[in-house]
Each structure stands twice: as C-alpha cells, then as structure tokens.
Ligand binder design. Structure first.
Ligand code: KG4
Ligand code: ZN
Length: 319
C-alpha cells in the first residue's frame, strides 16, 4: 500500500510518499522560513498564504520523485492537529479534495505523534511500549507509547517549547532564525563554559519549563553589555548544555517511572548534536535509544504518511 502524507502545521509545506509505512519513496518540503526571518519568528498569516502558494507544486515534485502518478496512491494522510489553524486548514482541505476526487480513504494524523514515527523508517525499529520525547519549535512532550493508537501524554512544557527557547535565545544573541541549528553550530567547539544557567526541575513532575532560562540569558547579556563573539559563544554553550541536561533528565525520570527500557526521540530539536550525543550515552544503562534520522527530525510529510498508514492498518484490523 502506498500512502501520501501532507504536512502544513507550521511553516513547512511538505508531501511524503511512503510504501507499507516503512520505505520513503519521496519527501519534498518547501519552507516559508525566509519570509519570516525579519520578524524573528513565524508569522501565521504568512505561513498560511505560502502553503496555499506551494502545496500543488510540492505534490507534483513528490510524485515525480517517487515516479508515481496520483492514481497509484492508495491512502491520503494529513496532519490535523496541533498547529497553526490557518496553515492546518490548507493541508486538510487539499487532502480532502484529493481523497474525494481519487476515491481513496483519508486519515487524520496528530502532528506530535508523527514526530515519533521516523524511527520506523530505520532498519532497527523500536518495540512497544516506549517513552517518546517530542522536542520541537512548538511543543515539548513526553509520551507513553503502547501502540500507534495508544499514546498517552505524561509530561509537557508549562510555558515555552524547547525549540522556542533556542529561537528566542538566538535572537537575544543576535544569531538569527531559526535559532536551534545556529546555536548548535555556534557552540560546537566549546569544551567548557563558565556560564551556568540552572533549569527548573519542577520536583518529580515530568513537565518542563523553559521560559526562566531564556530570561536568565537575557539578563546575563544585559549585565555584560559589550559582548565579544567568544563570550556570546560561551553563553550559547551554557544555555544549550542546561537545556539538553533538562531534556535528558526528564527522559531518564520517565523511563524509570514507567519501568521502560526503550526511548524514542523526534522533533526539530532532536537534530541537536549535543542532545544526540547525551542520549546515546543512555545505551550504557541498557536503554534502547532510537533517534529520528536527521532529515526527518523537522516537519515533513513522510512522517505523516508513515503514521497514517499504521493507523489505517489498525482500523482495518478492528473491522
Ligand atoms: O519540529 P519542527 O520542524 O517544528 C515544529 O513542529 O515546531 O521544529 C523546529 C524547531 C525550531 O525551533 C528550531 O530552532 C529547532 O527545531 N531546531 C533545533 C535544531 N534544529 C532545529 N534546535 C536545536 N538544535 C538543532 N540542531
Ligand atoms: Zn513539528
């Protein structure tokens, strides 16, 4: 079965084509990122209009890449929530029109769950149950995952998302947008930093909080005034270290609390090199760590197509 996934929850217009939920035949993404740059964050109205402009071209490119025609698609999948309402509407209506005209089933896919899916594109796949961490620009959530249709939220951010914190700190440091990859690259060769920004542990809760650390960086920069590039680099490294420690700490807590030995991580921030390094160290404690392949960490239609196929298969089994 060939599934087609449409993703328009934020600023990426993406179409993925996947065979049997595991083989990605095509994944084409056009971002409207450059149109938001001067605002230092995503402007929903711009994102929404760009999806409308890009979506049919992205679909045609994806079909070309997969060497398929629309008639060969068996299932249409689309991100239905959460996301920017105007942006979601473009994808959902486009998918509905495709499903109606091709007479193919339509599956609605939760965007956060889809961020956990790309590990299933790898040869070695995780087994259920697992703890899933979704760390993205809009969300930071921990999930207990028992199956593709049995996913329970066990922790979330109480304020900013972790990617949002990266983006805001990069803006304060004058690095640009989106901030995550810029901070990652900027602080790459820093071995030690005198700048320490403690994170909120929130006692034994599996929730996160990132707004305090962003404010701490802001006041530190205000206090130091004329910053050299090297000092900025050390501050960025101190911020990144603390945020990553926070994510790893909560993952460990969740694994222990639910007595689970498998961890799956996805979302844009899962591309962070320090996070990947630190999480891989958990393997020493017999934890099976499955990180999303780099190219499927950020928003894309392949994740949507893959998870949509699994949901459809489970629905078919239920009848
Ligand atoms: O998953 P995603 O594409 O969009 C949402 O669903 O929100 O994630 C985008 C976020 C942005 O905040 C971006 O700064 C962050 O992922 N990001 C990173 C890295 N690459 C992308 N954050 C830290 N390190 C990275 N290497
Ligand atoms: Zn996302």
């Amino acid at each position: 079965m060939i599934s087609l996934g449409i993703e328009t929850s934020c600023d990426d217009t993406s179409v993925g084509i996947v065979k049997e939920g595991t083989k990605v035949l095509a994944c084409v993404t056009q971002s409207s990122e450059k149109f938001h740059k001067k605002f230092g964050g995503i402007v929903p109205e711009i994102a929404h209009r760009k999806h409308l402009e890009f979506i049919d071209k992205v679909l045609i490119k994806a079909l070309e890449e997969a060497k398929l025609s629309l008639k060969q698609i068996d299932l249409i999948c689309v991100t239905s929530e959460p996301g920017l309402v105007g942006s979601l509407l473009i994808g959902i209506n486009f998918a509905k029109a495709l499903s109606f005209s091709l007479k193919k089933p339509l599956i609605l896919v939760n965007h956060l769950y889809a961020h956990l899916y790309p590990v299933f594109f790898r040869k070695i796949k995780p087994t259920f149950p697992f703890i899933g961490l979704v760390a993205s620009g809009g969300h930071t959530n921990l999930f207990l995952v028992e199956n593709f249709d049995k996913i329970y939220n066990i922790g979330k951010t109480r304020d900013d998302a972790v990617g949002e914190a990266f983006d805001k700190v990069a803006k304060i440091l004058g690095l640009g947008f989106p901030g995550g990859p810029l901070i990652d690259k900027f602080s790459k060769n820093v071995k030690k930093t005198p700048f320490k920004f403690p994170y909120a542990k929130l006692e034994d809760s599996l929730d996160f909080s990132f707004s305090g650390i962003k404010t701490a960086v802001f006041y530190k920069i205000k206090e130091l005034k004329n910053l050299t590039t090297q000092v900025k680099r050390l501050i960025a490294a101190g911020f990144q270290k603390s945020v990553i420690e926070n994510l790893v700490y909560k993952c460990k807590l969740a694994l222990k609390r639910y007595n689970i030995k498998t961890l799956v991580v996805g979302g844009g921030v899962a591309a962070n090199s320090l996070l990947r390094k630190e999480l891989n160290l958990l393997k020493k404690d017999n934890i099976k760590v499955h990180l999303a392949p780099l190219k499927y960490c950020t928003d894309n239609g392949a994740n949507t197509a893959g998870l949509g196929y699994k949901i459809f298969s489970l629905k078919c089994l239920a009848y």
